[in-house]
Design a protein around this ligand. Structure first.
Ligand SMILES: *[C@@H]1O[C@H](CO)[C@@H](O)[C@H](O)[C@H]1NC(C)=O
Ligand SMILES: *[C@@H]1O[C@H](CO)[C@@H](O)[C@H](O)[C@H]1NC(C)=O
Ligand SMILES: [Zn+2]
Length: 310
């Protein structure tokens, strides 16, 4: 064979393998594998090597308080819907109807819900994506919203706030989360990539608290945490955690399989550098502020001072 033809063939073959290599999580990767672990996502998806990547570790003593971070308005969260659940090969997506929306939260406009999904560990290992002061939580819920009038992630990806992602961290409790069993049962019906099922009569408000209970949150600009790592996300990580029992956690992490057939465990991306970004925190809730104000009033009446107020 002519040497240049040989070179060309080699180049084509390597290009082909680059195109077909699947991305994977760290625990799926082994040396004889062709899948791309998180350290090599950027080779195929350049945004994954960008300067505004997610998830991050939130260092609480470095966050900046920002009084513009007002509460959210949740729209349609109490509606009852039949929702479709799909095993996507890397995680399972719970598709939400467009009647579920949100505004407020210092976001520039109205956002419609697209899907939610979870990130988990396995066998007692924690699996949240965001960490707080280095602590990884057992599980994390992501609710993905697309800004109006965009119709898809592809359309929204050129807008730094094209996607609003709400993140809830889970804490392990002795009691079951009262409404997670329908979610767990659905995951048991979508064990393999490509399979799907329906959860009848689902209400998002049964999984997450009402907006009025969610005044406290962190905000930063970042990316999707799976390839293509689009840097179009206004991230909200709520202080309030959701509860899950160890029984439920164990059931969640045991059911699904990756597209490779391996157990779907440890589905989180390692935390990414801040690269100069600032993490903001909403002000203490108004209830707490008014308690402090009330105490200050009582104090000033009792001690005859007025300079404590204002
Ligand atoms: C959900 O599905 C049931 C049974 O298929 C149907 O009767 C009901 O109308 C559906 N609900 C909604 C909100 O579409
Ligand atoms: C998962 O299945 C879908 C179709 O059911 C397929 O298009 C996709 O490539 C599969 N994902 C992986 C990672 O193999
Ligand atoms: Zn996610």
């Amino acid at each position: 064979m002519d040497f240049s033809v040989y070179l060309l063939t080699l180049t084509l073959l390597s290009l082909l393998s680059q195109c077909t290599a699947q991305w994977c999580y760290q625990n799926q990767y082994s040396c004889d594998d062709t899948c791309r672990d998180p350290t090599r996502w950027a080779a195929q998806f350049p945004s994954c090597g960008g300067l505004r990547q997610s998830p991050i570790n939130i260092v609480t003593h470095k966050v900046h308080v920002n009084s513009a971070l007002q509460p959210f308005d949740f729209i349609g969260h109490t509606n009852t819907n039949n929702i479709t659940v799909q095993n996507k090969g890397h995680s399972a997506h719970f598709l939400l109807p467009q009647s579920v929306r949100l505004s407020g939260g210092a976001l520039p406009g109205l956002y419609k819900a697209d899907q939610f999904h979870f990130h988990w560990g396995g066998n007692g290992r924690p699996g949240s994506e965001h960490t707080i002061d280095g602590e990884r939580f057992p599980m994390e819920l992501h609710i993905v919203h697309i800004k109006e009038p965009y119709g898809s992630l592809a359309e929204a990806e050129h807008d730094m706030a094209g996607i609003a992602l709400l993140a809830f961290l889970f804490e392990e409790t002795t009691d079951d989360h009262p409404h997670l069993d329908a979610v767990i049962a659905a995951l048991g019906r979508v064990q393999n990539n490509g399979s799907s099922t329906v959860i009848p009569n689902f209400r998002l408000s049964e999984i997450i608290p009402a907006a009025k209970e969610l005044h406290n949150y962190y905000r930063y600009v970042g990316s999707m945490t799976t390839p293509g790592c689009e840097q179009a996300v206004a991230w909200t990580v709520f202080h309030k955690t959701l509860s899950i029992s160890s029984r439920q956690l164990d059931a969640i992490t045991r059911q699904c399989r990756f597209w490779t057939g391996q157990p779907m465990t440890d589905i989180f991306r390692p935390t990414q550098p801040l690269d100069g970004r600032v993490v903001y925190r909403s002000k203490a809730s108004t209830a707490l502020t008014s308690v402090i104000h009330l105490l200050a009033c009582v104090f000033s009446v009792v001690f005859g001072t007025t300079d404590l107020i204002n």
